[in-house]
Design a protein around this ligand. Structure first.
Ligand code: ZN
Length: 113
């Protein structure tokens, strides 16, 4: 009885190990896919200069022959032409003009009186 139990347990452990190894492999593949593209020498798609370029995936919608087609296009941009990330865009806070500031002060004073 105990022999059978041991055999069963070790077989189970082996298949569990195999399963874990398969999972590790999948995890590795996923990790690589999400790695940011490393810059490499190429021609920039925007300024057409030879420079260190990075690949950017852009979603494109084309209207042709009355039908819309959707696709992902990979473009290569140099550091100068690389599209800014959303975080960088958000960091650019628009400055108030002096006129806008005066208006704000006026309305603030009105509120006080
Ligand atoms: Zn460029």
């Amino acid at each position: 009885m105990s022999l059978f139990d041991d055999h069963f347990a070790s077989k189970n452990a082996a298949s569990a190990r195999a399963w874990a190894m398969d999972n590790d492999k999948n995890g590795d593949r996923k990790g690589k896919r999400h790695e940011p593209a490393a810059p490499k020498m190429g021609i920039c798609d925007k300024c057409h200069k030879e420079a260190l370029v990075r690949s950017f995936r852009t979603r494109q919608t084309d209207m042709g022959d009355g039908a819309a087609s959707f696709g992902t296009v990979v473009k290569y941009y140099c550091e100068d032409c690389a599209p800014k990330s959303r975080a960088q865009k958000d960091a650019e806070v628009p400055q108030l003009t002096s006129k806008q500031v005066k208006n704000l002060m006026k309305s603030a004073k009105k509120g006080l009186l």
